[in-house]
Design a protein around this ligand. Sequence first.
Ligand SMILES: Cc1cc2nc3c(=O)[nH]c(=O)nc-3n(C[C@H](O)[C@H](O)[C@H](O)COP(=O)(O)O)c2cc1C
Length: 382
Amino acid sequence: MEIKIDTRYPSIDDLRTRAQQKIPKFAFEYLDGGCNEDVNLHRNTSELREVQLKPNYLRDHHGSSLKTKLFGVEYDAPFGISPVGLQGLMWPNSPEILAKAAFDHNVPFILSTVTTTSIERAAEITEGKSWFQLYHPTENRLRDDIIKRAEAAECPVLVILCDVPTFGFRPRDVRNGLAMPPKLNLSNVLQVFGRPHWGLQTLKHGIPAFKVLEPYMPKGLDLNQLGKFMNDTFSGRLNEEKIKPIRDMWKGKLVLKGVASDYDAEEAIRLGIDGIIVSNHGGRQLDAGQSSIKPLATIAEKYGDQIEVMMDSGVRSGPDVARAMASGAKFTFMGRSFMYGVSALGKNGGNHTISLLKTELQQVMEQLNCEKTSDFKNHLIR
Ligand SMILES: Cc1cc2nc3c(=O)[nH]c(=O)nc-3n(C[C@H](O)[C@H](O)[C@H](O)COP(=O)(O)O)c2cc1C
């Protein structure tokens, strides 16, 4: 895929600033915020950036390749798109835009259970390459039905979550009365009027809806009923009893996302899971927890030869990807970086953001004298 960068936005920070100008405050704050006092949100990036790498300039160099194999598939870069809920609220059609960009660039796209396009549509756009993230349903019948849909759509990887045993306390969303579809109180209506392009695009594409869940939701729910439906339908606390039947049923690769401790990494291995994403949900669940880079190094060192170790949370640039990989991640994912890109640039946002990250990462590889992405770890300053 051709690398195409909009030169007005040569960093994720530039995209974030532009996104803030383009979308209503309630949508931007839902995307941008962490939980409680945002301590872990900021720590994710600041502690990741404490990782330093040393170059070997005088060694022979035979070219650098971003290509990285994961679960037997060769991707064109060692990063992918994390699952994000309510994407259509930030920008209409954003999951479709990102799925297409990921497909064109040959990197993984993970569809969230609670986003605004369906498993079947994501599979169509990516020709069956889209991964799927399952929020754990309370009822086995619903769980089995969603898993069968993912299987029928030929999803290669199912991602389950261990870091949402309860809701994250997010003061901005509480203040904004965040809901799906957006609550039309005076403040939110004024915010929409201040963002006419967003408003027009949203009108054109229709009010976003939970497309994965649509077949199971009674029609015409009001906001309170919708909240109750979600609470009754999902039960986020995972354990062996819940993971085992999924492992038995799912023939593809199974990934556990949200691992932040040796204990959970060991349990994942014991339960036959194929990969873990060391993640704190982008600092949206446990503000008093560690940044994602902290447990990564130990987990990768101890368990990296038994299970694929990936990482997300706080990654905002090519150098950040290199830092995470040098610290032991085989692959990285990003949530906000891509959503800032689409919120800022609409249909060009996916291609731009992936192009930018690929360009930055290629530069770091050449600067360090890495030929393969697995070489990053040889450059870590301990
Ligand atoms: C707005 C938003 C919504 C999210 N929704 C989900 C979700 O539905 N499922 C999920 O597994 N993770 C969800 N996450 C977490 C991301 O998958 C990912 O772990 C996180 O964004 C990584 O941190 P980063 O944004 O700093 O890259 C969400 C994150 C954000 C920012």
